[in-house]
Design a protein around this ligand. Structure first.
Ligand code: CLA
Ligand code: PID
Ligand code: PID
Ligand code: PID
Ligand code: PID
Ligand code: PID
Ligand code: PID
Length: 312
């Protein structure tokens, strides 16, 4: 297709730049400017809306392309192979083309809003500037091909199951865990701190397992889960906490996407996360909330998971 051909040209223009970026640099965990959690949540919300509007099949292929690309990483900078670099660009170009232009621009504008204007120049200073310019020229040509293949309207909204066992169980889970949710400091910057003692390649292994799980999920249910998060963001209070109803809808939607993949795929995520999250991190989280609320939430979760497993 045209986007695939254009991605090869983009690769010619941008792979030198890709090789020069230090993908393992811890700086990419930082907010791209001053820390503004509610504004950042707005930007994430725009990404969620874009994801929910995208073609689920193309999202799945983009996840597969990222998984494959992680498999061909080499060298100290963490760069993927030229072929996989092109394949990721092509897959993302197709995702972008499956969404109306305005949804893409909404992400751009919201990200710009939380990005210090000095950040791009700083990023450029870390690589060969001429290669960055060459990559950007390539991107400008690529985006015209994407725009020429872009849909005018978003794909249909997801169909949300009703009266299913997971929906019923989500009510009980939410009742048991909403007090815990209210105890958590959602506006803290602690969630942007590096995991103690872990390198980027180690962390990427766990993310890879999530990508694999995402790729296996039912596309309609994943879209429904994204829509549920978008609604939940719409009902947050000043402390970032969503309403009980929207929280319940998120739990139901996540339970359904978990049930749509094999148990082992979920356990692969859990086990890889357990390898990188030191118990001190979990204990620190626990120390900041009412322990009884956390234990009630945990009990609710362990009951909920049996219902999920039964329909998995
Ligand atoms: Mg989510 C999970 C935040 C968007 C899909 N997500 C999580 C949690 C964290 C979070 C609260 C990971 C850390 C953790 O396990 O804490 N997500 C979060 C934010 C946003 C977002 C702030 C921004 C909008 N997510 C989002 C989107 C999607 C997902 C758009 C795609 C539709 N997210 C997704 C999945 C999962 C998460 C599939 C998880 O599996 C993971 C999670 O919650 O695992 C348990 C602990 C969790 C909480 C504090 C909240 C849940 C409370 C449960 C139901 C009960 C608590 C049990 C116990 C006390 C603690 C967990 C024990 C552990 C051993 C399992
Ligand atoms: C400017 C001035 C003009 C010239 C110009 C110009 C530049 C415009 C630009 C630009 C626009 C632009 C847009 C970019 C958009 C990037 C979008 C990224 C989206 C990320 C998402 C992430 C996610 C997920 C995911 C799916 C999940 C939800 C999420 C489901 C259902 C200024 C040059 C024209 C770069 C969507 C993918 C996992 C949130 O106009 O004169 O330069 O760049 O998890 O959804 O699972
Ligand atoms: C524009 C203007 C509107 C019209 C429009 C428009 C276009 C927007 C577009 C577009 C946005 C867009 C985005 C693309 C992004 C591509 C990103 C590619 C990333 C590849 C990576 C590969 C890799 C890896 C990996 C992880 C490793 C690092 C690597 C570590 C720690 C402008 C059309 C709406 C194409 C990251 C995955 C293995 C490098 O908005 O008017 O057209 O395209 O090895 O990580 O090692
Ligand atoms: C300039 C002037 C214009 C021309 C121009 C120009 C240049 C702009 C530039 C540039 C922008 C730019 C951006 C770059 C962005 C790279 C982003 C990389 C992200 C990598 C991540 C990696 C990671 C992980 C991971 C998970 C870990 C955290 C991490 C935990 C909990 C100035 C040329 C347009 C290079 C996210 C995945 C392992 C961080 O605009 O005239 O030149 O470069 O380790 O999670 O640990
Ligand atoms: C233990 C001991 C026993 C008792 C027990 C026990 C506990 C087991 C547990 C537990 C397992 C467990 C699993 C959990 C899994 C969480 C998985 C999260 C996945 C997140 C993903 C994120 C993403 C995306 C997304 C889609 C994108 C890709 C991504 C596309 C196509 C130890 C109690 C049984 C919590 C997948 C969603 C946006 C990466 O066994 O004695 O306690 O918890 O962007 O994909 O867009
Ligand atoms: C298990 C054992 C195996 C069998 C199995 C199994 C089950 C795994 C499961 C499962 C995993 C799982 C995960 C669930 C996670 C739910 C998470 C809910 C999060 C809700 C949030 C709501 C909100 C917001 C929001 C953003 C705001 C904060 C809030 C800010 C900054 C165990 C079956 C495989 C259900 C985060 C979105 C508005 C609070 O593996 O043997 O069954 O379920 O307002 O952010 O303000
Ligand atoms: C313990 C002992 C057992 C019993 C038990 C127990 C407790 C475990 C616990 C607990 C685990 C736990 C986890 C918590 C996790 C909270 C995660 C919150 C994530 C929030 C995010 C918010 C954000 C943003 C956002 C984007 C911004 C950055 C942020 C930028 C660029 C010990 C009870 C099981 C509470 C990610 C989205 C706005 C950070 O196990 O016997 O008690 O709690 O602002 O992006 O700015």
């Amino acid at each position: 297709d045209q986007i695939g051909d254009a991605a090869k040209k983009l690769g010619d223009a941008s792979y030198d730049f890709a090789k020069e970026v230090d993908w393992n640099n811890g700086v990419f965990l930082q907010a791209p400017g001053s820390f503004q959690p509610l504004k950042a949540l707005k930007a994430i919300d725009k990404m969620i809306e874009m994801g929910a509007a995208a073609d689920p099949e193309l999202l799945k292929k983009a996840a597969d392309a990222h998984h494959k690309a992680i498999g061909s990483i080499s060298g100290p900078n963490g760069v993927t192979s030229r072929a996989d670099w092109d394949a990721v660009n092509a897959a993302l170009g197709r995702v972008v083309a499956s969404v109306p232009k305005q949804k893409v621009m909404d992400v751009y504008d919201a990200v710009k809003d939380i990005t210090d204007p000095k950040v791009p120049a700083y990023m450029k200073s870390l690589v060969n500037g001429a290669d960055a310019e060459k990559a950007y020229q390539g991107f400008l040509e690529f985006k015209d091909v994407v725009a020429a293949n872009q849909v005018a309207t978003a794909s249909a909204a997801a169909t949300v199951p009703t009266g299913d066992k997971i929906g019923t169980a989500a009510k009980a889970l939410s009742d048991a865990s909403y007090p815990f949710i209210k105890d958590i400091d959602w506006l803290s910057d602690i969630y942007l701190k590096p995991l103690p003692g872990k390198t980027a390649p180690e962390t990427l292994k766990a993310i890879d397992k999530m990508i694999v799980m995402g790729s296996k999920m039912d596309g309609n249910l994943l879209k429904a889960a994204a829509e549920a998060h978008h609604r939940a963001i719409g009902s947050i209070d000043a402390k970032g906490v969503t309403s009980p109803e929207d929280y319940e809808a998120v739990n139901a939607a996540l339970g359904r996407i978990v049930a749509s993949v094999p148990k082992q795929t979920v356990m692969d995520v859990y086990n890889s996360m357990a390898k990188i999250v030191d118990p001190s991190v979990t204990n620190n989280m626990f120390s900041k909330v009412n322990p009884l609320d956390a234990l009630s939430a945990a009990k609710g979760f362990y009951t909920f998971k049996d219902v999920v497993e039964a329909v998995q």
